[in-house]
Design a protein around this ligand. Structure first.
Ligand SMILES: NC(=O)c1ccc[n+]([C@@H]2O[C@H](COP(=O)([O-])OP(=O)(O)OC[C@H]3O[C@@H](n4cnc5c(N)ncnc54)[C@H](OP(=O)(O)O)[C@@H]3O)[C@@H](O)[C@H]2O)c1
Length: 286
């Protein structure tokens, strides 16, 4: 299939690589042209605007930072033509944003479904993401052969908006688990307790989560560059969750605290490094 990937950031580049390996012809567009070099070296065709990339393809995947980035890329100048094109929305945005986007694309003659993903660049490259589909069931059946090789699990969630909601619920867990683990580790480090022993006990307990091991090296070496998931994007998702949850009249006090932690990390210059760097806001100042 001829497929456009709009956004060659951490996830867009990894996904483009996987698609090329799967035998697809990949057109790529990124606002900052330099970032397309790696995927071009893998065999992708770079375009200087999204409109041309979509024109050269049967469908286009959106893997952009947020709804503002999506609007800028799709509806900026030159505007993308959606006639006979399917837009596959994989960025993390809110259910409302996804619904509004779907309507706008459909009004302009295109088709739309959402398919946010769980997992990061390694999973995208290896085709082991968890993909969550939001749209008509018959569209899901139609796109299953294309989507399946991108993940270890492809699940139908419901109509447009539902998969975006599922993704926000999961990312709230990332924020909660990341913050809780970081604070426990900071506590252990500030005592005479051996942190390796702490980790050993966590691993053997019902408290363990694979993400603790995934983040362990960053946490103990205090190296957060080459992020899997940057702090600024987790803050974006926490804000989207808070807005939705408040509308549902949920008590979000716990997450409001984590938002403040993420904001503090960003003020300290940690916006573009891995979000687990939030532990630095919890550790005593060096
Ligand atoms: N990283 C993960 O582990 C992960 C996992 C699942 C889902 N996600 C979600 O997937 C999406 C992409 O994430 P990522 O990690 O690939 O982020 P990223 O590396 O920061 O890439 C963001 C992309 O959005 C573009 N962009 C940002 N603002 C823009 C604007 N105003 N106009 C045009 N383009 C703009 C960037 O272009 P430039 O290069 O020009 O800045 C880049 O292509 C996000 O919604 C994120 O929440 C991320």
């Amino acid at each position: 299939m001829h497929i456009a990937v709009l956004g060659a950031g951490i996830m867009g580049s990894a996904l483009a690589e996987r698609l090329i390996q799967g035998g697809h012809t990949v057109a790529v567009y990124n606002r900052t042209a330099d970032k397309m070099k790696n995927v071009v070296a893998q065999g992708a065709h770079a375009f200087s605007n999204a409109s041309q990339a979509v024109k050269a393809s049967d469908a286009a995947i959106l893997m952009l930072a947020d709804i503002n980035a999506i609007n800028a890329v799709l509806f900026g100048m030159p505007r993308v033509s959606f006639k006979n094109r399917t837009i596959i929305q994989m960025s993390t945005i809110s259910p409302d944003e996804s619904l509004r986007l779907a309507k706008r694309i459909q009004r302009l003659g295109g088709s739309y479904f959402e398919c946010p993903v769980l997992g990061s660049k390694e999973e995208a490259k290896a085709g082991t993401l968890i993909l969550m589909f939001g749209g008509k069931r018959e569209v899901f059946e139609q796109w299953t052969p294309f989507l399946s090789p991108l993940g270890k699990s492809l699940r139908y969630i419901g109509e447009v908006g539902s998969a975006s909601g599922m993704k926000l619920a999961l990312n709230q867990l990332i924020a909660g688990l990341g913050a809780a683990f970081s604070l426990s580790l900071a506590f252990v480090e500030s005592s005479t307790i051996d942190k390796e022993l702490f980790m050993e006990i966590v691993r053997k307990s019902a408290l363990s989560a694979p993400m603790f091991d995934k983040k362990w090296e960053r946490l103990v070496t205090r190296r957060y560059d080459g992020p899997n998931f940057p702090t600024k994007l987790l803050l974006k998702d926490v804000n989207l969750f808070l807005k939705e949850a408040k509308r549902k009249k949920l008590n979000v006090d716990s997450l409001a605290g984590i938002r403040r932690t993420l904001e503090t990390a960003i003020k300290s210059g940690q916006a573009d490094v891995d979000y687990i760097s939030i532990i630095e806001t919890m550790r005593p100042r060096r």
